[in-house]
Design a protein around this ligand. Structure first.
Ligand code: ATP
Ligand code: MG
Ligand code: MG
Ligand code: MG
Length: 470
């Protein structure tokens, strides 16, 4: 088989269909069954109630390629985009699921067969992690895959123990990693430099075998379940023999279009800008197609932050005219076959992005000017005062992550505490009531934002800092 992104998606689904799995279409990005969650961020989310037993389906095994966004709330990879070879804000998670049907042995056997026999990955390039106490999984990897002990790494952290919440289904997980080789920086999982891009996690197998009780006690589930997630873009990267997700067929096409429209090649510093634009184009387009529109709160603000971050990178590339909306047809041509909602919403996506770009263009230019005046006053490696970051946020509509990212690229820091203090002061002045409750889940905090009345063009978002977006 050839290994285009579209081929890999189809091959994955048909492999599991051949093993009795129902092929389930991706659910929309806005969760249908969980109002406290910002976006669907994993393949299992639409099946949550099936796993707990609250909902019954006519099948006990399923497979899907689920649209995911990780750009806010509990999972936030926004700041990684442009910097790592493997993170996106929007990506597809391929998965196979067993609802009390098969368990560990079949899950490991199927995953190993798919990546080696079907997809043809060299077994010696693969290694796995297991939860430190999960001897059963370690033994299965040894027996089924013939992996030597040193390539079955035991991990004691929560990275290898999954739970749905404080109570409910939970269990150990086992992750499959691909080794890109010693020419790439980074250490194996569990080592101090595991965040490098040499060893890349491609597939996570979750073994739901306990039910966590109120008091923390874990009771064995009578019918354990399986939830797995493999990043389609990462799978494409290793199958296409490249190192970065952004070198795969799909991203090359998007980046080529961005190069053509800006007239700036994807070399040197400009490469990251094109990567960010390609990534954010997908996130924005899929969010708009699923009914999110830019706003100053909740999901709409996440969309706006992503769009504005992309616009800053378009500005880095010297684009004087709105750019993002002109890239939409290329995306639709690439992904509209698998996701017809993109085709249906194409005009809406283009119009929404164009209006956002036009609205922000002037503020962006003026805000960037202010930022460079401020950084000119700083010593190399200095820190931007929180007051200035707040002015950019409040008057120029610069989401904090945009400012932090612009500074980071030039080697400057940001005084986040000073930003918070300036924000608090303004709130006192405005005597506004903010409704976000500190102890709610991270996603809930993002969603519970009272509308604050102010005199400025842009009203921001109280919980942004708390979410660690800087
Ligand atoms: P990482 O440790 O690399 O951040 P993760 O452990 O957070 O990944 P999981 O939550 O286990 O990822 O998700 C299952 C799979 O989805 C991962 O094995 C990976 O292939 C893919 N994936 C996760 N986050 C991203 C992302 N931001 N962009 C692209 N693919 C991702
Ligand atoms: Mg992660
Ligand atoms: Mg991980
Ligand atoms: Mg993982």
């Amino acid at each position: 088989m050839t290994h285009t992104v579209n081929d890999i998606r189809a091959a994955f689904l048909s492999f599991f269909e051949g093993r009795g799995h129902e092929v389930v279409p991706s659910a929309p990005l806005v969760p249908q069954n969980d109002p406290t969650l910002l976006f669907v961020n994993a393949g299992m989310v639409p099946f949550k109630n099936v796993f707990t037993g609250a909902e019954k389906r006519p099948y006990s095994r399923a497979t899907s390629s689920q649209k995911c966004v990780r750009a806010g709330g509990k999972h936030n990879d926004l700041d990684n985009v442009g910097y790592t070879a493997r993170h996106h804000t929007f990506f597809e998670m391929l998965g196979n699921f067993s609802f009390g049907d098969y368990f560990k042995e079949e899950a490991i056997e199927a995953a190993w067969k798919l990546v080696t026999a079907e997809f043809g990955l060299a077994p010696e390039k693969l290694l796995v992690t297991v939860y430190h106490t999960d001897d059963e999984a370690a033994d299965l990897w040894k027996r089924i895959a013939g992996l030597p002990d040193e390539r079955i790494i035991r991990i004691a952290t929560s990275d290898n123990f999954w739970s749905m919440g404080d109570t409910g289904p939970c269990g150990p997980c086992s992750e499959i990693f691909y080794d890109h080789g010693p020419h790439i920086a980074g250490g194996p999982p569990g080592s101090p430099d595991e965040d490098g891009d040499r060893f890349v996690e491609i597939w996570n197998l979750v073994f739901m075998q306990f039910d966590q009780q109120e008091g923390g006690e874990r009771v064995a589930l009578p019918k354990p379940s399986i939830d797995t997630g493999a990043g389609l873009e990462r799978m494409a990267t290793v199958l296409q023999g490249v190192h970065s997700n952004y070198e795969t067929d799909l991203f090359r096409t998007l980046i080529d279009a961005s190069v053509e429209l800006t007239g700036r090649g994807a070399e040197g510093d400009d490469a990251a800008a094109h990567r960010v634009i390609a990534d954010h184009l997908r996130a924005c387009s899929f969010l708009i197609a699923d009914g999110v529109s830019p706003s100053n709160e909740g999901r709409g603000y996440v969309l706006r932050r992503i769009a504005r971050r992309a616009m800053r990178y378009a500005n880095v590339l010297g684009a004087e005219e709105p750019l993002m909306h002109r890239l939409v047809p290329t995306l639709t041509a690439e992904m509209g076959g698998a996701f017809p909602e993109l085709v249906r919403a194409q005009v809406l996506i283009e119009d929404t992005l164009r209006v956002e770009e036009e609205r922000f263009s002037d503020l962006l230019t003026r805000g960037l000017k202010l930022l460079s005046d401020e950084t000119a006053k700083l010593p190399g490696g200095g820190t931007l005062p929180g007051e200035a970051a707040f002015r950019l946020y409040d008057t120029y509509g610069f989401p904090l992550d945009l400012t932090a990212d612009a500074l980071k690229r030039q080697g400057y820091g940001l005084d986040a505490e000073g930003f918070d203090a300036a924000m608090a002061e303004q709130k006192t002045r405005a005597r506004a009531a903010w409704a976000g409750s500190g102890d709610a889940g991270a996603d809930r905090a993002w969603l519970e934002v009272a509308s604050e009345k102010g005199t400025t063009e842009f009203i921001g978002y109280a919980h942004e800092r708390a979410e660690g977006t800087v």
